[in-house]
Design a binder for this molecule. Sequence first.
Ligand SMILES: NC(=O)c1ccc[n+]([C@@H]2O[C@H](COP(=O)([O-])OP(=O)(O)OC[C@H]3O[C@@H](n4cnc5c(N)ncnc54)[C@H](O)[C@@H]3O)[C@@H](O)[C@H]2O)c1
Length: 473
Amino acid sequence: MSVPKVSKICCIGAGYVGGPTCAVIALKCPHIQVTIVDLNQARIDAWNSSDFNLPIYEPGLEDVVRATRGRNLFFSTDVDGAIRAADLIFVSVNTPTKKTGIGAGYAADLNYVEKATRRIAQIATSSKIVVEKSTVPCRTAESMRVILEANSKPDARFDILSNPEFLAEGTAISDLVSPDRVLIGSLQTHEGKEACKALSEIYANWVPQERILTVGLWSSELSKLAANAMLAQRISSINALSAICEATGANIDEVAHAIGKDTRIGPKFLKASVGFGGSCFQKDILNLVYLSESLHLPEVAAYWRQVVEMNEYQKRRFTRHVVDTLFKTITGKRIAVLGFAFKADTGDTRESAAITIIKHFMEEKALVTIYDPQVEHEQIWMDLQEVSPTFTLQQIKRQVQIAPCALDACAEAEAVVIATEWKEFITLDWEAIYEQMSKPAFIFDGRLLVDSAKLAKIGFKVSSIGRGAEVTA
Ligand SMILES: NC(=O)c1ccc[n+]([C@@H]2O[C@H](COP(=O)([O-])OP(=O)(O)OC[C@H]3O[C@@H](n4cnc5c(N)ncnc54)[C@H](O)[C@@H]3O)[C@@H](O)[C@H]2O)c1
């Protein structure tokens, strides 16, 4: 068998990964027709919207979609048609943490991956390369292979590859255009290696060959979980140190700078914060914990579980600090929360630290006003309802408001909490904000974003994560 020729790609799942990833493939490979499909009609309609009001916010994404949509990039709900036509299919569906049943709270819910796989098996009448793009537990490709082979038709063979996605939301387009590496895992059979070559050739249209790594299937699957676990572990490590800084008078930024100069450690991902969020870190670590436990490795499981526990501790510690500083009660007090997305440059709120913090504030009966430049209001209400099931939406709306700008959010507030590191918060008119706030006016910088000395000069009482001198007057 020779290297399969790929002229048509289908991507199942038009989300944060499927959308940007396959849009960039379409941009870089004008000779390949790329169709991104989803069951969610509203999402597909947004991808196809005439004013390019795309379903996800990602810097640079609109330009890519404008350049390719209708040329060799298509969005559709015709999942079957796209499967039938494709030579290569990316499975890029969601794999959330299971909420009920065996492994609830830890294991990945593979229901969506299985459904998509079964659909491919049912519909395909010619050979396909099926690429696992979703983040999945080690050896999921084996289950996919069994399902596909048990249902394959004569003349239709399936080769399975693992090609985990390492993009980070907020920088997805630059990550995809210039990736640190592309990882492709395949069975080490002749056919597996040929399929791997076919996918490598697609990436080789713009990614230097030395950055395309080819490995075994299981290593590829595990590498994705491992990468996210290591990244999250760095954040929890620096956050654990931030607690020591606050108690001792050390400054976490100075500590991070000092240790990051060691080339063995490196400077990236050493920013202390109110905690990590996003759809992946927590989910993937819990997945690793579950995998370790299933493999009877309880010490390994406990080690990784602690990374998530430290993250929860950091959020609790931050809220407690706000309450303590505001004279041990925030009942009836106005608190402005700047930022609701889990990080800057995205509208994604999944596992955002802001959600947990606001939940705690609501429990303390504070009055919260939220401002975020990108997150849809509906999303905020949905998230707050989900995290506080004992509150009705009406009750939530009695305590929480959403403001159209930062200045409005801060009006008459006793404290401002910076929950997301949006750049625009650095250059706000802090003097005007100060004028409008109740005094003393507090700022709690959960992202080490603003210039605390400058704000203290205006009159704010500033409190930053990991800074010893708790409140500067
Ligand atoms: N978001 C990230 O930053 C990121 C980064 C790397 C990897 N990942 C992984 O990529 C995968 C997808 O993540 P996401 O953030 O894009 O999720 P998402 O929820 O934004 O998108 C998944 C999409 O798949 C669709 N879908 C589910 N089942 C389907 C089916 N049978 N047929 C057609 N469409 C179907 C859903 O409707 C949804 O729109 C996950 O496994 C995630 O862990 C995510």
